[in-house]
Design a protein around this ligand. Structure first.
Ligand code: AMP
Ligand code: MG
Length: 327
């Protein structure tokens, strides 16, 4: 066993299990192979490093440096730059539904760092909406600047970027297979011991202790965004952590969760958040326009919509309350 600052690695034979709390979420990584222990330790250290680098606060964070630079250009790491570049592309493609500059609103609602949950006034929301605009992020080489009053966060991309990095890391060790689970982000590496496909459960957003079905996949990312992952309730209404940049309010559009399955963890992470904001019709049209991924949408009226590319790999639970639709 090995204990880092924020993680623990436990070996049993050829399998090492890494557990960590980082990026505001519980993480579990199961690694199989001759080097599983060394690989899991290195994974824990990389998670710690990225936790500091991508956090909205702290002296070692690129994001804190950008947000406190008062409009001046800041030198940032290639890791941060990759996420911001991917984010801006998805922002453009989603008509601004995905926007990492939504941070001042996330903060006002109490979803950022240590602040309390609250419902901001309409005036406050409309004032904060003026600070949301991804097109005002300026990148030149490896420096970046945002206008003085704006703020960004990588809450929607950091876990996906990190799981891609862990897959790359495991490639340099004698590791045969691994399952990386970082909050709602799952990513697989290599193969299972018996050579069969990985089975990934899709949570029931109405009852997150249960799952509504499973997908069997080879090496890929399976990333879910939903209001059930982080929210508060007030006056019988639920307010979730994903904010619609068009209104400044937590998304409330009839979707309970959006899962994206594609090779890149980073892209899956951007897309699951974006599709959740876009809603059922918007997500379907994004899928038809750009493709390159599969998705599973769960709606509040009791449907589970699975794209045709993975419909054959999806197995619905016997007691699932949802009606299956293939798109
Ligand atoms: P995820 O769990 O990947 O869906 O990301 C949700 C996190 O991304 C939130 O906790 C916020 O930090 C941030 N966020 C909220 N709304 C948006 C949005 N519309 N676009 C980009 N990031 C967002
Ligand atoms: Mg995301």
């Amino acid at each position: 066993m090995y204990e880092g600052r924020t993680f623990t690695a436990r070996r049993e034979g050829y399998v090492t299990t890494l557990t960590a709390f980082a990026m505001d979420t519980y993480m579990t990584v199961s690694v199989r192979g001759i080097d599983s222990f060394e690989a899991a330790k290195a994974a824990g250290e990389l998670i710690e490093e990225y936790d500091s680098l991508f956090s909205v606060s702290g002296s070692g964070s690129d994001i804190a440096a950008i947000n406190s630079a008062a409009g001046e250009p800041v030198n940032i790491s290639s890791e941060t730059l990759r996420q911001i570049t991917a984010s801006i592309e998805v922002s453009g493609r989603s008509g601004g539904a995905f926007d990492i500059t939504v941070e001042p609103l996330a903060d006002a609602w109490g979803f950022s760092g240590g602040s309390e949950y609250r419902i901001p006034s309409d005036l406050e929301i409309s004032q904060l909406l003026d600070k949301v605009d991804y097109s005002r992020i300026q990148i030149s080489g490896n420096t970046l600047s945002i206008p003085d009053d704006m703020k960004i966060s990588l809450g929607a991309t950091a876990k996906g970027y990190t799981s891609d990095a862990l897959v790359a890391l495991f490639g340099s060790y004698r590791v045969d297979g691994a399952v990386i689970s970082l909050g709602g982000n799952v990513q697989t590496f290599g193969t299972k011991k018996d050579g069969s496909e990985w089975i990934i459960a899709i949570q029931d957003p109405n009852d997150p202790e249960r799952y509504t079905g499973t997908v069997s996949v080879s090496e890929t990312a399976v990333v879910t965004s939903g209001n059930y992952q982080r929210y508060f309730e007030s006056g019988g209404k639920r307010y979730g952590h994903i904010i619609d940049p068009a209104t400044g309010y937590p998304v409330q559009n009839g979707l309970l969760s959006a899962t994206v399955i594609c090779h890149s963890g980073l892209l899956s992470d951007c897309l699951s958040t974006a599709l959740f904001v876009l809603g059922e019709e918007g997500a379907k049209s994004y899928y038809e326009t750009y493709g390159g991924f599969d998705m599973i949408l769960i709606t509040s009226d009791g449907r589970i919509i699975v794209t045709s590319g993975i419909a054959g790999s999806y197995t619905q639970e016997k007691n699932s309350p949802y009606i299956l639709e293939v798109f």
